[in-house]
Design a protein around this ligand. Structure first.
Ligand code: FES
Ligand SMILES: [Fe+2]
Length: 307
């Protein structure tokens, strides 16, 4: 918990730690997330696995110089092999394996080109799953660019931004505040906003932005209006001070690709407009709000279930 943002830094839920592309060679990849060092690798059966990074023997980092071996990872220091479930399965110079030779194995899911890890401070199993994205499997949609930023803020601030109507005018130059309806269903939050978008030639077009968040780490955002666009927005705590924000875009395959790409670039540009605010603001637990800003408190009530 930092003085600037007095919230537990690492909520419970699913968080993206890499894209499938980054793991195409099988790894291992060192990860820094949830204030911990982790290691990501793909077993020879193709399963993505995440373990605590430091070997149970004498603490070498398995992601720096380790090698994938069948179902596990071979430590670069003395060659112990740690399997994907975190247990040591081979020691090159000993026949018996000490029972305590184990490290934490994290719950991992790989879907739609993303690798997600379930964060919990205890050892309870995930209480929800991330649904697959129908568009990512449909020939009617094609993948576009992927973007990533490392930002000095908290996942709470990055998400709260979506339900903060007034800043779209002042920070992002929208002609009027979006009208947003919020709906909550357990771990899922949905918002639907009617917006005015600036189209080609300065023409103002009516559009919608629909956000569906599954826990704090994963959300989809769909745009209609000037162009149809879908993107997955993931936010992942790195440590007490930093988060990673990733966008993965999809466009309709038969749509005007240039417009879709321009909208994706515009969404990315808008995120960059938020960064100086997020990196320097404090979190107000009891903000002074106006009547049109109730969504912020609805969002806060929803998000508190993940602490
Ligand atoms: S520290 Fe990993 S095998 Fe010794
Ligand atoms: Fe914003």
């Amino acid at each position: 918990m930092s003085a600037r943002i007095p919230l537990p830094p690492f909520p419970r839920g699913w968080f993206q730690v890499a894209s499938s592309d980054e793991l195409s060679a099988g790894g291992p990849l060192p990860l820094r997330c949830f204030g911990r060092d982790l290691v990501l690798f793909r077993t020879q059966d193709g399963e993505a696995r995440v373990l605590d990074a430091h070997c149970p023997h004498m603490g070498a980092h398995l992601g720096i110089g380790g090698r994938v071996e069948q179902d596990g990872i071979r430590c670069p220091f003395h060659g112990w092999v740690i399997s994907g479930n975190g247990r040591c399965v081979r020691i090159p110079y000993a026949d018996t394996i000490p029972p305590k030779a184990a490290i934490r194995s994290w719950d991992v899911r790989e879907l739609d080109g993303m690798i997600l890890v379930h964060h919990t401070s205890g050892d309870e199993p995930p209480s929800f799953e991330i649904p697959a994205l129908p568009e990512a499997r449909s020939p009617a949609w094609s993948p576009g660019m992927n973007r990533r930023w490392r930002i000095r803020t908290h996942v709470q601030e990055a998400l709260e931004n979506i339900v903060d109507p007034a800043h779209f005018v002042t920070v992002h130059g929208m002609s009027e505040r979006p009208r947003t309806e919020l709906e909550i269903e357990g771990h899922v939050i949905r918002s639907r906003s009617a917006v005015k978008q600036k189209g080609p030639g300065g023409r103002v077009v009516d559009g919608t932005i629909t956000w569906e968040g599954h826990g704090m780490g994963y959300g989809t955002i769909r745009f209609t209006g000037i162009a149809e666009l879908l993107f997955v927005n993931t936010v992942t705590p790195v440590d007490d001070e930093l988060i990673d924000v990733r966008f993965a875009f999809w466009h309709p395959s038969d749509g005007p690709r240039r417009l879709g790409e321009a909208l994706a670039a515009e969404v990315s540009r808008q995120l960059e407009e938020d960064i100086p605010i997020w990196e320097n603001k404090i979190y107000r637990p009891q903000p002074v709000l106006c009547p049109g800003e109730k969504g912020i408190m609805t969002f806060r009530k929803w998000s508190s279930q993940f602490r």
